[in-house]
Design a protein around this ligand. Structure first.
Ligand code: CMC
Length: 428
């Protein structure tokens, strides 16, 4: 037996294995704990729970490191394309030219969505949040492709993966077009993945839309930076839903719902709304930092803090630089970028943030780039979902391939003691 941990309960000693990951991370393996001792562990928010073994993404929150399949995020973001990185996450290695061509062609082939799905848009209210629309449209896809129902049929699953990668940008862009009363723009398969998305978002039948390579590059980088982040809330949701052998579309739809919350992906929208509010309030960042520290005030500095990073989020570093580059190249001066930088400077020197190791996260600067490239605020979290899609898929696939059991945590009951039913006439 390798390394073990000893647990003493009611004076009795138990020995349980310790599992060591490839980056020397240690975990006490408690799989047999309840059988051995009758005890379970209690870990609200799963702060100390390793829910799975995974070979996809490595994250060191203390050092601020992030790797996809062993490649550091800095190199991946500098040199990769989003489809190449998606392939890497889903299939485990960077593709050869031939593999990438097949993957790209197959995805291009599937970009159209069933015409019947267009009718769904008529039923949503005009100002429906696109995350709600996207989540339901993706869930609906399972009804159009019933062959996706068996998660263990690997050929059909591959088809489902390609369909999802292909159709999610189409659905996202359609949801946007409908929300502003513009006609839907069909995909153009001669374009790259990112060009096609920009085309579907911004082209109009009335004039020629030219894709700016600066915008295309920025979008490519942003999608890559969001592509995976190990067992975060939405990814854990995707794995949890999939663990009941539910199909991939439903699992991804649930992931989108989890991502929507302002504590997770919804933070990118919340950051811009916060920065706007600070600007309209006169731009006094100290006042807002003080509000964020005040425990009687529910306000939090959006885009700050992270469950795992207790150092700079490496993605935030890259995005901050990209933000300066993109705005410079596009010749845009956005006053909320100045406010964001001031806010960061004040917060990083403040005892409250220093003590709690609260740094800017991926969402802090991403919204400013989205804004600069013309993406409306309500679509920011949809952009995050488009980026995270290959990560969700890779994690779902790994979970199925590892034959993981259904996710079903325990609880500690703190409710009423056993009591007898009281007929309604005798209550109160
Ligand atoms: N502003 C002010 N105080 C904060 C913030 C913040 N943004 N984040 C954490 N704290 C405080 C928190 O009040 C607590 O203080 P105390 O110890 O005095 O009670 C301490 O820092 C630890 O925070 P926590 O809430 O216990 O930490 P958590 O790991 O449960 O939450 C978080 C992590 C990301 C939800 C949280 O930092 C937060 O709400 N941040 C703002 C929302 C945000 O930017 N979310 C995006 C996260 S990154 C991308 C993604 O996941 O999608």
């Amino acid at each position: 037996m390798g390394e073990t941990a000893k647990i003493i309960l009611d004076g009795k000693e138990y020995e349980v294995p310790v599992f060591t990951g490839s980056a020397n991370e240690k975990a006490i393996d408690i799989t047999k704990l309840r059988d051995l001792t009758g005890y379970v562990t209690l870990d609200s928010g799963y702060k100390n729970t390793g829910a799975t073994k995974s070979a996809i993404t490595f994250l060191d929150g203390e050092e601020g490191k992030l790797w996809y399949r062993g490649y550091p995020i800095e190199q991946i973001a500098e040199y990769g394309t989003f489809l190449e990185v998606s392939y890497l996450l889903v299939y485990g290695d960077l593709p050869t030219e031939k593999e990438l061509r097949y993957f790209t062609d197959s995805i291009s082939h599937h970009t159209l969505v069933h015409e019947d799905m267009k009718r769904f848009y008529e039923a949503y209210p005009t100002h429906a949040h696109p995350m709600g629309v996207l989540s339901s449209m993706i869930a609906s896809m399972s009804t159009f492709y019933p062959e996706s129902q068996n998660p263990n049929n690997f050929r059909d699953i591959d088809l489902t993966i390609h369909r999802l990668m292909a159709k999610m940008p189409t659905l996202a862009a359609q949801a946007f077009k409908v929300s502003i009363g513009h006609p839907i723009v069909y995909p153009r398969n001669a374009y790259s993945y990112t060009q096609n998305f920009l085309h579907m978002m911004f082209a109009l039948p009335t004039y020629e839309y030219e894709i700016d390579p600066v915008i295309e590059d920025a979008l490519n980088k942003l999608l890559i930076l969001h592509a995976d982040h190990e067992q975060n809330c939405s990814t854990s949701t995707v794995r949890m839903v999939g663990s009941s052998q539910s199909n991939l579309y439903s699992s991804i739809s649930a992931g989108i719902a989890a991502l929507w919350g302002p504590l997770h992906g919804g933070a990118n929208q919340a950051v811009i709304e916060m920065l706007e509010k600070i600007k309209n309030d006169g731009g006094d960042v100290s006042k807002w930092v003080a509000k964020a520290k005040d425990k009687n005030d529910p306000f939090r500095l959006m885009g700050f803090g992270h469950r795992v990073y207790k150092n700079f989020d490496p993605r935030a570093r890259i995005i901050k630089k990209a933000c300066d580059d993109v705005l410079n190249k596009l010749g845009i001066h956005d006053p909320i970028l100045d406010i964001a930088k001031q806010l960061e400077e004040v917060a990083l020197k403040d005892e409250y943030f220093v003590e709690r190791k609260l740094y800017p996260n991926v969402d802090f600067y991403s919204g400013i780039i989205y804004r600069a490239i013309g993406i409306p605020t309500e679509m920011f979290t949809v952009m995050f979902a488009l980026g995270r899609l290959p990560g969700w898929i890779a994690q779902w696939k790994e979970m199925i391939e590892q034959g993981e059991p259904i996710g079903r945590p325990r609880q500690i009951y703190t409710g009423h003691d056993l009591r007898d039913y009281v007929p309604i006439a005798k209550r109160g």
